[in-house]
Design a protein around this ligand. Sequence first.
Ligand code: NDP
Length: 312
Amino acid sequence: MSSVEKVSCLIIGSGPAGYTAAIYASRANLKPVLYQGIQPGGQLTITTEVENYPGYPEGIQGPEMMVDFEKQAKRMGADIRFGLATKVDFSDSLHKVWIDEEKEIHADTVIIATGASAKWLGLPSEERLNGYGVSACAVCDGFFFRGKEVAIVGAGDTAAEEAHYLSKLCTTVHMFVRREQMRASKVMQDRVLNTPNIKVYWNTDTDEILGEKNVTGVRIVNNKTGEKQEIPVSGFFVAIGHQPNSDIFKPFINMDEAGYIQTTPGTSKTNVIGIFACGDVQDKNYRQAITAAGSGCMAAIDAERYLASIGH
Ligand code: NDP
């Protein structure tokens, strides 16, 4: 049976943006309710060491940092719950959000902090072997392939950085680039091209990832000549960019063609009054924990000021 709950500030998402919004909103007495989504803690829970977040002079593990964020939000009084926002209706001033297709929340303000997720190639073999040699995070999983041969697909800064990271652990890194050039910055390209155990394949698509229970190889195809080739590898890394988690908001919230939510510059305000966005779902440029946290703070302050303006 569905139930309806009224809240003044609903936060969707539990990365640095969502938890920071929860800390600020709690301290402003907005009594925020935060739903964590399918990956509590967000993308930082699939990284290892974070060395660039101020306040941790020795660095910290990503998952541990997110536990700290959650604890701090809880200590300030945020109501943190497990659950996924599956549908919204922002067509009137009482903003409706459905959790797990069942529970209905009516919120005066909503802070969208749903982040972004890794993109995948979309091959059935990639999905079947995900976690069994297929990964979208070299920094998280590279360790498992020490002394082995691996492959990576992508040609942006992430792919270049991850290929270089893997080259220090693995015997050979086969890097598949779909065009005849890389998108990565010149310095990152040079690093890749000057690393002897990274082998770059130009104009190359992944045809199939091979293996029954674990990855044992990959079949690639040259998209100019049609020539196919099989390469034995134990790991297959996908580094082809990220997708903002914004689908459910599409009918109501303005976004760019890639799905990043558009906010009024210098604020967290979206095109719908009372709806704010922060973190990676609205940021394709910086995508850092610290910038996400900063924008979460902005969203909570914007929500507080909006609520004050309508007499709450
Ligand atoms: P990008 O969108 O920059 O690059 C994605 C890459 O994946 C492109 O080379 C693209 O190819 C390729 N690609 C996309 N889809 C496919 C597919 N289906 N099959 C094969 N290849 C595919 O994403 P990144 O994650 O690399 O970077 C995102 C942003 O973060 C960028 O602005 C980047 O500069 C920044 N960044 C900066 C870093 C740094 O400065 N140290 C480190 C990491 C990221 P194509 O080029 O043909 O489109």
